[in-house]
Design a protein around this ligand. Structure first.
Ligand SMILES: *Cc1c(COP(=O)(O)O)cnc(C)c1O
Length: 364
């Protein structure tokens, strides 16, 4: 028998995605893998049409609507294919061949969305920060008054910038909220479509939350494959094909947890406190510097670097020794990235700040 000893030392998980989930959610998810809803069967081996799983889907949809204050003009879908599939599904459903979709280009994910939309119609980039490797959010651009939609990325996971406010627009707003979904109160009624891959701030990889204001559909004449047509999934309540049952279950548990912990206002308070704690140290500590314009700093993903490149490797080694995990920056940015999603507790950020202070003392 394998008698591996159990250590209690906490690993501080700064992973950008798949990412940290609440411990109590993981415990419930683990239990459901062996015995779901008292059935003595695994959640993984029962029909998605069983009354027990239908109840999960219903609760997941209801929680998303409740957290975002959405009325019945909106439909909540849980789809496969990742946020990346939404790059083309949004265009396929909303962009006429001779029409124009507008984009705010704020990073790698926006750029990918632009590339996919071009396959369906015209694309106009209203503003871009690509000139400085996306280290700020463009402002002062004219919000287009006509066109199929304006696409935004609310939080730029790789570069560490975040939209602090959303434009008001006469044309539908389509927003990729993958990495800050449910992290703060938003006026969801401003949006035509919100989509989010679950694995950043909501659940495991494998499911994407898609929220659609129904009246924007059906305006494009294009013979869509059934799986690409949002109306198929709306008509079947996200059960046109077998839905990703486990990621949906875990996402539902996480939304319950968000609700029990003060809803979106509660999350914003938690997240602001963590981000303030880290950015204050980045600005104070002479050995470190932030990567992006201060007013655009992401509350979810903080990107920063050492002033002296020779300090990079020893700082990462110190982090590893203190169980500060997954802090290496994305290869397109370098440096460090601390992802502080909803489930992260303040003590993990404090542990990182302490490491930065001790590193300063050791290298003074
Ligand atoms: C991770 C990420 C994606 C890609 O998500 P997939 O589910 O892997 O397709 C898209 N947009 C943003 C903002 C992301 O952070």
């Amino acid at each position: 028998m394998n008698t591996t000893s159990v250590t209690s030392s906490k690993v501080h998980n700064f992973s950008a995605g798949p990412a940290i989930l609440p411990q109590e959610v993981l415990a419930k998810a683990a239990a459901a893998v062996t015995n779901f809803a008292g059935k003595n069967l695994s959640l993984l081996e029962i029909s998605h049409r069983s009354k027990e799983f239908v109840a999960v889907m219903d609760e997941a949809q209801a929680l998303a609507k409740e957290l975002l204050n959405l009325n019945d003009d909106y439909e909540v879908l849980f789809l496969g294919g990742g946020a990346s599939s939404q790059f083309y599904m949004t265009a396929a459903n909303l962009l006429p061949t001779d029409g124009t979709a507008h984009f705010l280009d704020t990073g790698t994910w926006s750029t990918k969305a632009i590339k996919e939309a071009k396959k369906y119609g015209n694309v106009n980039v209203v503003a871009s920060s690509s000139d400085t490797n996306f280290n700020y959010i463009p402002k002062g651009y004219t919000v287009p008054s006509d066109g199929a939609y304006l696409h935004l990325t609310s939080n730029n996971t790789i570069f560490g910038t975040q939209l602090k406010e959303f434009p008001t627009s006469d044309i539908p707003l389509v927003c990729d909220m993958s990495s800050d979904m449910f992290s703060r109160p938003i006026d969801a009624s401003k949006f035509g479509i919100i989509y989010a891959g679950a694995q950043k701030n909501m659940g495991p990889s494998g499911v994407t939350l898609v929220i659609i204001r129904k009246d924007i559909l059906g305006k494009v004449e294009r013979d869509l494959p059934s799986m690409v047509d949002y109306r198929t999934h709306i008509a079947k309540g996200s059960m046109f094909n077998t839905p990703p049952v486990f990621p949906i279950y875990v996402s539902m548990l996480t939304m319950r947890w968000v609700k029990e912990n003060g809803g979106l206002a509660g999350m914003a308070k938690r997240n602001t406190e963590k981000a303030d704690t880290l950015y204050t140290e980045i600005d104070r500590n002479p050995l470190f510097k932030g990567n992006v314009a201060a007013e655009d700093r992401s509350v979810m993903n903080a990107t920063f670097n050492v002033v002296d490149e020779a300090h990079a490797a020893p700082f990462l080694a110190l982090c590893a020794a203190r169980n500060l995990d997954a802090l290496k920056g994305h290869r397109s940015v370098g440096g460090f990235r601390a992802s502080m999603y909803n489930a992260m507790e303040l003590d993990s950020v404090q542990a990182l700040v302490q490491a930065m202070r001790d590193f300063e003392t050791a290298n003074a």
